[in-house]
Design a protein around this ligand. Structure first.
Ligand code: PGA
Length: 256
């Protein structure tokens, strides 16, 4: 179990919301949520980061994340964004290895590992996503898949930077499908990830890494998922676009 009493609820907007809609959503969250023991992380599309950074700066417990970054700090990489740029804009976290980047754009574990390295150098915290496909699970290979993802991503990882890491377990079959892993399935995989971290970094260090669950988290299933001992928070996609839903999820974390 992650030792802190704090839970993390991250909202991944993906490629959704026009600027006015995004602003409306953030205003609703900021005006209706006071958090004591929950970290709220919002991951809007790149063009909104600058404005949200100004808005969230004075709101206790709220943090800003980008949805991706490149593994170089500058250069001829048209269409890409360096983590150093994000950091300079007030962004604190970056989501890396999301299954949509893996499946739609062919991101490999090795490629993601490079991005993680550069994000750390830039001073960003990384939300590293991993998770098996339905085929993996049907074949009983879910633990092998996640082990290979985590081991490749953290292969050359400096142990003194572990405080910059959050892991999100997101079974691909549960993302955007309305199918959620049961609390038992999620907790079991979180414990497996914790064991992998312990084997590489030691038991004590492994306890310091928050492990979030992602995949069709909603206000209705959040309380059961969040009360599992190895689930330290949630990475929320669709439900993070609806103010009332996201507020409810954050409140259920606050109540624990
Ligand atoms: P979902 O997305 O909550 O819409 O399933 C989660 C994610 O992809 O991070």
């Amino acid at each position: 179990m992650f030792e802190s009493a704090e839970k993390i609820i991250a909202g991944n907007w993906k490629m959704n919301l026009l600027p006015g809609e995004g602003l409306l959503l953030v205003n609703e969250l900021v005006n209706n949520l006071e958090v004591q023991k929950t970290k709220v992380i919002l991951a809007p599309p790149f063009p909104y980061l600058s404005e949200l950074s100004k808005k969230l700066k004075s709101k206790p417990g709220f943090y800003l994340a980008a949805q991706n970054c490149h593994h170089k700090s500058s250069g001829a990489f048209t269409g890409e964004v360096a983590p150093q740029m994000l950091k300079a804009m007030g962004v604190e976290y970056v989501i890396l290895g999301h299954s949509e980047q893996r499946s739609l754009f062919g991101e490999s574990d090795e490629w993601i590992a490079k991005k993680i390295q550069n994000a750390l150098i830039a001073g960003l915290n990384v939300i590293y996503c991993c998770g098996e496909t339905l085929d993996d699970r049907d074949a009983g290979k879910q633990f092998d898949r996640v082990r290979s993802q985590v081991q490749t991503a953290f292969n050359k990882f400096p142990s003194d930077r572990l405080d910059q890491v959050v892991i999100a377990y997101e079974p691909v079959w549960a993302i955007g499908t309305g199918k959620t892993a049961s609390p038992e399935q999620a907790n079991e995989m979180h414990a497996h990830i914790r064991d992998l971290l312990a084997a590489q970094f030691g038991k004590n260090a492994a306890q310091t890494v928050p492990i979030l669950y992602g995949g069709s988290v909603k206000s209705g299933n959040a309380p059961d998922l969040l009360s599992c001992p190895d689930i330290d928070g949630a990475l929320v996609g669709g439900a993070s676009l609806v103010a009332d839903e996201f507020i409810e999820i954050v409140r259920s974390a606050e109540k624990l």
